[in-house]
Design a protein around this ligand. Structure first.
Ligand code: NAP
Length: 247
């Protein structure tokens, strides 16, 4: 059985990915920031699919916790075959002129530093020239990277732009070691992230204006992530896959 590690796997897109991966035969280690109850529910859902699961409390922006989460995943499952760099946050809508240093630091620490630290551990673990067996990394960017999110969160949009660039560069770095690196760029997806940014109705309010006329579900994004993890995408690397209903 193959194994993956997902950051921010306790809720939303991460949870949907964890459950779908378990259904498709992967064992799943996942991290979360603080919501132990949600993590326990996700663990239960993974096990209900017949897979083994491991919930790890680890802040993706803290190096030692990221390193430890990979060590725990390997200790439980042997080698890891896939890593989903998913954990991310938004802050309340504001123009750049009104963003505090504290907010900018929190968004960039979680979304950029956290993703780079996670991708770095994957790059130290998966490639065949580093003792691994190859595999796939999927980075969860956002349509915001190309839209810019003016008046709402240009900080968040910029943090996701960095992840698009990371995807392109890391795919070239790790291809020779047998590791594919791709990104999904979700659009408006129904998860808690909008409420955490103070706009619980955002996905539906804006989603009805997309070409498909609705927001997407976490499960629809999970399907794209699983495609990029799976051998079905064996010749795909460095790709940025929009999952945004045409937005
Ligand atoms: P969500 O429902 O708010 O879930 C966020 C997950 O990340 C939770 O499991 C949370 O853990 C975890 N997390 C937050 N900060 C963390 C940290 N510092 N370290 C480790 N884990 C952390 O969010 P989502 O909507 O599923 O978003 C997942 C990813 O998709 C993000 O990168 C987001 O930017 C991206 N995305 C989402 C949308 C959308 O419309 N939903 C659109 C484009 C891109 P706790 O449960 O412990 O808080």
């Amino acid at each position: 059985m193959t194994a993956i590690l997902i950051t921010g796997g306790s809720r939303g897109i991460g949870r949907a990915t964890a459950v779908l991966a378990a259904r498709r035969g992967w064992n799943v280690a996942f991290t979360y920031a603080s919501d132990a109850a949600a993590a326990a529910q996700t663990l239960e859902a993974i096990r209900a699919e017949g897979a083994d699961g491991l919930a790890i409390r680890a802040d993706c922006a803290i190096e030692a916790e990221v390193i430890d989460s990979f060590a725990q995943g390997r200790a439980r499952f042997g080698a890891l075959d896939g890593v989903v760099v998913n954990a991310g946050i938004v802050a309340p809508p504001a123009p750049l002129a009104d963003m505090s240093l504290e907010r900018l630091t929190r968004v960039f620490d979680t979304n950029v530093l956290g993703a780079y630290l996670t991708a770095r551990e994957a790059a130290r673990t998966l490639p065949r020239d580093r003792g691994g067996q190859g595999g796939a990394i999927v980075i969860v960017s956002s349509a915001a990277a190309r839209l810019g999110s003016p008046g709402e969160y240009v900080d968040y949009a910029g943090s996701k732009g960095a992840l698009d660039t990371l995807t392109i560069g890391l795919a070239k770095e790790l291809g020779p070691g047998g590791v594919r690196v791709n990104a999904v760029r979700p659009g408006l997806i129904e998860t808690d992230i909008h409420a955490s940014g103070g706009q619980p109705d955002r996905a539906w309010r804006l989603g009805t204006g997309t070409p498909l006329g609705r927001p997407g579900t976490a499960e629809e994004v999970a399907e794209a992530i699983l495609y990029l993890l799976d051998a079905a995408s064996s010749y795909v690397t460095g790709a940025l896959l929009d999952v945004s209903g045409g937005r």
